[in-house]
Design a protein around this ligand. Structure first.
Ligand SMILES: NC(=O)c1ccc[n+]([C@@H]2O[C@H](COP(=O)([O-])OP(=O)(O)OC[C@H]3O[C@@H](n4cnc5c(N)ncnc54)[C@H](O)[C@@H]3O)[C@@H](O)[C@H]2O)c1
Length: 353
């Protein structure tokens, strides 16, 4: 049996402990986390407790110097401001990279990460875990039948009662601090919203118009809404950290019907002859209330491993991740220009490995 891939976690915070590690531990034949770096002493203590066999370091540089020869990949689970620098350092040491979203806080950084992956022939793979939520897989199953016809409109609403918090031992409010997060809810949640829209509208966006506001004293937005134009239709998204309830509501509309999702509940509306509409209701337990989305990571990490096996350094997921950052960056520019519609540069051809 082949040896499991040897990996190092950079950042042992909430998502590393509650999302990534449980999935790695559930697949010991595929992955082994042998090292961890975290700049926070209390989090290093936690890592020792959760991963007693891993070697623990206080920074990335020391970890790479000591461990690169033992490693195949690095998993980046720090806040976004450091993702690009960590990915570049890992590539320089000849390692594959799994990276949390948003992959970077600027489009230039995101593109440089993809370019570096191609140059050193190592995989760059983003954490697009929502694609593995059971409810999202159920939607994909319906769309693949083509029974709804071409999709021309999607709406994606994400209601949260507050911003997601990081671990208490470090900086729980980093998501509200621009220098660490790169932005507010658009930066934090825009990636999940946009890669789902790319998938459902089956094309890449051409323009965006966006508005943002902030009800807090922090220097980042807590309300974001936008309309994104695609060659195939439009996506309308509304994200807020100021909602009265926590919920996701997605709708997907085609010529022959529509899908409505409210957390785990799915309605499929099928247009019939004579103006009738049949509605089928189903449920796909997706544990939306569990912010670690632990179950969704298992399949995602298998995709990462398979992409390494195929030698596909920069695949569709990585290109989508860079397109998400470009869209978020352009959304900020649009909001600064009072919602002016701004064109997106066409996706740069990134040669697959
Ligand atoms: N895909 C998802 O569903 C999902 C969910 C939550 C978080 N995330 C993403 O995961 C990342 C981390 O979020 P979190 O909620 O776990 O944050 P967190 O604050 O809980 O954890 C961050 C950890 O990184 C450490 N750290 C900070 N800078 C570091 C550096 N330069 N080197 C080493 N360690 C460093 C901190 O000490 C802390 O332990 C973010 O990019 C976030 O957007 C994704």
């Amino acid at each position: 049996m082949a040896r499991p891939l040897q990996g190092a976690l950079i950042g042992f915070g909430f998502i590393a402990e509650k999302g990534h590690v449980p999935a790695y531990l559930a697949a010991p034949d595929m992955f082994e986390i042998v090292a961890v770096a975290d700049i926070c002493a209390a989090r290093r203590e936690k890592a020792r407790e959760v991963l007693p066999n891993a070697r623990i370091y206080s920074d990335l540089k020391t970890l790479l110097q000591a461990e690169a020869k033992n490693l195949e990949f690095v998993d980046i689970a720090t806040p976004p401001c450091d993702h690009a620098a960590i990915a570049h350092a890992a590539f320089e040491h000849g390692l594959h990279v799994f990276c949390e979203k948003p992959i970077a806080t600027s489009s230039a950084d995101a593109q440089s990460m993809l370019d570096h992956a191609n140059k050193v022939k190592k995989v760059f793979f983003p954490s697009h875990n929502y694609k593995h939520a059971p409810v999202i897989k159920a939607i994909r199953g319906v769309l693949e039948t083509n029974e709804l016809g071409p999709i021309h409109l999607v709406t994606l609403d994400t209601f949260r009662t507050t911003h997601a918090k990081g671990v208490a031992e470090w900086q729980p409010d980093w998501r509200r601090q621009r220098k660490t997060s790169g932005g507010g809810i658009a930066m934090d949640h825009g990636s999940h919203t946009f890669y789902l829209a790319f998938d459902w509208l089956a094309s890449q966006p051409t323009s965006i118009t966006a508005k943002m506001s902030n009800l807090s004293a922090f220097d980042t937005e807590d309300n974001f809404n936008c309309t994104v134009t695609f060659p195939t239709g439009i996506a309308i998204a509304q994200l807020t950290w100021n909602a009265g309830f926590r919920k996701v509501i997605y709708t997907i509309h085609g010529a022959n019907g529509a899908i409505k999702v409210e957390d785990d509940d799915i309605e499929i509306h099928r247009k019939r002859a004579g103006g009738k509409v049949d509605v089928e209701k189903m449920s796909a337990a997706s544990h939306w209330m569990d912010a670690s989305h632990a179950e969704w990571f298992k399949a995602l990490q298998v995709d990462f491993k398979n992409q390494i096996g195929r030698g596909e350094w920069v695949g569709r997921e990585a290109r989508d991740a860079a397109a998400c950052v470009q869209l978020i960056e352009t959304a900020y520019a649009s909001a600064r220009a009072d919602g002016r519609e701004l064109s997106l540069a066409p996706e740069r051809a990134t040669k697959a490995g």
